[in-house]
Design a protein around this ligand. Structure first.
Ligand code: DC
Length: 221
């Protein structure tokens, strides 16, 4: 039987950093489901579809095949045979992913792939609906969050380190909008599962968060 850890939480809470480290420490596979939604978003953008064009997006999704592979342990997302991993982490793609993931056929399109990965492997899977919808029977569920101010500050620092000149108020506003949309959509909204452990990373270092979650893994295994 595979061991499944679900980590859900809002954008910028540190899910992927934490999940990657934990996966390495535990020799689990890290599955980034946000990257799958982002790959579909790349497809919709390339098709010239507007994020509000529900009919167009729901029709187009049937022509997108998303799979994942691992290169030196790092997840690669393949869209219709092309490795689109380098194009996933832009604001445009993130916004399209958040907007298009509200549509049922878009979510249904990725569900089977996510569930079969977890069935066949020990995984740490992060996203918005992993503990509530994708893996309701996960062995351990974590809801990882942080204040909007702290998440905006982290994103700001990241962009400054990349040599950009970001506006922190704009970053904060984008995060608030993304949170609202992810939490209030009709299908599979972001929320803490009843049996998830809440971890607020606002005042914690990465190591402290990893340690905290690892201690729960030990208790459960
Ligand atoms: O985690 P991320 O920023 O890469 O996710 C991008 C968007 O994808 C997010 O705003 C909402 C959507 N998403 C989702 O609806 N369900 C998931 N399990 C993961 C991501």
């Amino acid at each position: 039987m595979s061991y499944n850890i679900a980590i859900d939480g809002p954008a910028g809470a540190g899910k992927s950093t934490i999940a990657k480290t934990l996966a390495k420490n535990l020799s689990f596979i890290y599955v980034d489901t946000g990257a799958m939604y982002r790959a579909l978003a790349v497809f919709f953008i390339r098709q010239g579809l507007d994020k509000d064009n529900e009919e167009g997006i729901c029709a187009a999704v049937k022509n997108a095949t998303v799979t994942i592979e691992y290169k030196n342990g790092v997840q690669q997302v393949i869209l219709n045979g092309e490795n689109v991993t380098p194009y996933l982490r832009t604001e445009e793609v993130g916004n399209m992913a958040s907007a298009s993931s509200v549509y049922g056929p878009v979510r249904a399109h990725l569900l089977e792939l996510q569930q079969s990965l977890a069935h066949e492997n020990d995984v740490i899977m992060d996203g918005r609906d992993i503990g509530t919808c994708v893996l309701p029977n996960a062995d351990l569920k974590i809801y990882l969050t942080a204040s909007v101010e702290e998440r905006a500050r982290r994103r700001y620092t990241e962009l400054v380190e990349k040599g950009e000149n970001p506006d922190i108020e704009k970053i904060k506003k984008d995060i608030e909008e993304r949170d609202y949309r992810d939490m209030h959509r009709e299908i599979a909204p972001l929320k803490q599962a009843d049996d998830a452990i809440l971890v607020d990373s606002s005042n914690m270092t990465i190591d402290e968060v990893v340690e905290t979650i690892a201690s729960h893994v030990k208790k459960k295994r």
